[in-house]
Design a protein around this ligand. Structure first.
Ligand code: SF4
Length: 465
């Protein structure tokens, strides 16, 4: 069956998906995190932080805090998490976060406002109200937040009690994201994550009463026991709950890399064809329900600021995915957190023991990173522009990077011909533009400009489907 059906501003074509859906990075950074290396040290990171103090006109800050604890294991999980019911571990972790923030803010100075904060995990709501109060006091004592800062938190609906959402709103949080994944009881049992629909309904209702500005829900397709029919029922329910944003992730089954996934019976996983049908059905249903396609696996309501940013070409991409905030320095805290400061990326150690050891020694817990050269910066700009489905304007690149686009990227331009022939991009003398047909394939188009893909990586990349 071949189906080509224009829907709003993207087109779904099963034939094109089969041909152009490639495994590839999600480009929340470029170079991607699997290219970071251990030659990048704490000293390099400190130098980048200090350089920012010395040069005027620095960008604002975006802060990420990784809170790794969860009470139970979801079998699909690929996050850096620690399964424990010992809540004393949260208090110990907070003490070390405070040490890390003190070290970073001493290097960074205090003149730059934070315009964005994201608490991710793990399960940020593993931390109780007192602990989250303490965390926010720490953050506010080390950093000054802009009055209109976006404060976002990932929430496991199973941890929501009466008053949880109003407590978070009271702390200043104005955006949240719920891990929903699938409402089907059989699927929930197969992935060890039992959370009835009512739980999510109540959490979203509480969020609305507490005046959260944007509520996101994550779904995952490709999970064990899923069928087109069962996922259709999940979508019915979620569309009724009506979050402002929906992320529709594709489950990548990599049990050799992620131990938790070994609990999943591979025979229960839907076939590649069923996954494709689930993806096509879900996308159609979300668009029919009035959501718009933002990019990659993200949808939003038309009046959500993500869509406004998409339409006025001010959409950006960072480690939290699509964002409306222009280029910021990203400061990550906690285990495995990634920072982006100036022309560098750095990542902290993955285990709490190593994290505590570094901080006890008065050192920032940097494990690896990368310094970007001019070619990396140029390619990053192009890749991020394409990932946001915005035009790559040759003159603008020439002005900022001093290159003649078609000459510098002669081999890439040749590789782009197949995408142009398929109608996924349009190229003229001035620009590369992603077409409506091409918006589902920005990852494959962006990959043309990734010079590291030719080199071996330990990572296994996911696909759209
Ligand atoms: S999916 Fe989220 S809640 Fe589940 S184990 Fe992973 S980090 Fe914890």
């Amino acid at each position: 069956m071949t189906m080509t059906q224009p829907l709003q501003d993207i087109e779904l074509s099963e034939e094109l998906i089969r041909k152009f859906d490639k495994s590839g990075p999600r480009y929340t950074s470029y170079p991607t995190a699997d290219r970071f290396n251990s030659a990048f040290s704490e000293q390099n990171y400190v130098t980048y932080l200090a350089q920012r103090v010395e040069s005027p006109g620095n960008p604002p800050l975006s802060i990420y805090v990784h809170l790794p604890f969860c009470e139970s294991l979801c079998y699909f999980c690929a996050c850096n998490k620690i399964i424990t019911r010992d809540h004393d571990r949260a208090r110990e972790y907070l003490r070390y976060l405070d040490k890390e923030m003190a070290l970073v803010s001493a290097h960074l100075g205090h003149d730059r406002k934070a315009v964005q904060l994201h608490l991710g995990g793990g399960t940020p709501t593993f931390f109780n109200a007192d602990e989250l109060h303490q965390l926010m006091s720490m953050l506010r004592s080390h950093f000054e937040f802009a009055a209109d800062a976006e404060l976002g938190v990932e929430i496991d609906p199973r941890t929501v009690r009466d008053g949880t959402l109003s407590m978070l709103a009271g702390l200043g949080f104005n955006r949240n994201s719920f891990g929903v994944q699938d409402f089907d009881p059989e699927v929930q049992r197969a992935v060890n994550r039992i959370q009835p629909l009512e739980m999510v309904e109540q959490a979203v209702a509480q969020s609305r009463s507490a005046n959260f500005q944007s509520i996101n829900a994550d779904l995952i397709y490709g999970l064990p026991k899923q069928t087109v029919e069962s996922f259709s029922r999940t979508l019915d329910s979620l569309i009724r709950v009506a979050p402002d944003r929906i992320a529709l992730y594709n489950y990548a089954h990599l049990p050799s890399r992620f131990k938790a996934q070994r609990q999943i019976v591979s025979g229960d996983l839907p076939s590649a064809d069923v996954r494709l049908q689930i993806f096509l059905m879900s996308t159609r249903r979300l668009l029919d329900a009035g959501y718009v396609y933002i990019g990659l696996d993200h949808f939003s309501k038309p009046d959500d600021e993500l869509n406004k940013a998409r339409l006025d070409m001010s959409l950006h991409r960072n480690f939290q995915g699509y964002t409306t905030r222009a280029e910021c320095d990203l400061i990550g805290f906690g285990v495995s957190a990634i920072s982006k400061v100036g022309n560098s990326y750095s990542q902290s150690v993955r285990t709490v023991n190593a994290y505590y050891r570094h901080l006890d020694a008065g050192q920032l817990p940097v494990e690896k990173g990368v310094e970007l050269d001019n070619d990396d910066l140029l390619r990053r700009r192009i890749i991020m522009t394409l990932m946001c489905s915005a035009p790559v304007i040759f003159d603008a690149i020439k002005r900022s990077h001093g290159i003649h686009f078609q000459a510098y990227f002669a081999s890439e331009m040749a590789l782009l011909e197949q995408y142009e022939d398929a109608g996924l991009i349009a190229i003229d003398a001035t620009a590369i533009r992603v077409t409506a047909k091409g918006r589902l394939f920005v990852r494959a188009i962006a990959m043309v400009f990734d010079k590291y893909l030719a080199r071996p990586s330990e990572s296994t990349y996911s696909k759209l489907i």
